[in-house]
Write a new protein. Structure first.
Length: 107
């Protein structure tokens, strides 16, 4: 029996950022206050298109037992965006299917 994973994902993309003038003393300071909401270039429609094209559905399908015919999961993450805009220190905050969580991190 072939499993089907619905390739339509709606993954809310909400991130926060802050523009500041920094001196050498506070280059590594972590800001938690929301001043400017980050977003995907092109908006939510382009984000959903990007996820559909780049999400590893095959990995998740392989991780599921043959008896599973549908799959639904939610993953929550914490991460740091450095001063160059690079995402690092990704931590999974939810108990998700490991294959699903890894696919989310890669996207």
């Amino acid at each position: 029996m072939r499993k089907h994973i619905l390739p339509l994902l709606f993954i809310p993309f909400l991130s926060i950022g802050q523009i500041v003038q920094s001196s050498n003393d506070d280059e590594e300071k972590i800001f938690e206050k929301i001043e400017i909401n980050a977003g995907f270039k092109g908006g939510i429609m382009k984000w959903n298109e990007y996820v559909r094209k780049n999400f590893n559905f095959a990995r998740i399908e392989k991780s599921l037992p043959d008896s599973v015919t549908s799959f639904s999961d939610t993953a929550k993450f914490q991460f740091v965006v450095d001063k160059n805009g690079i995402i690092k220190e990704i931590k999974t905050l939810s108990n998700s299917n490991p294959a699903f969580a890894q696919s989310c991190i890669e996207v």
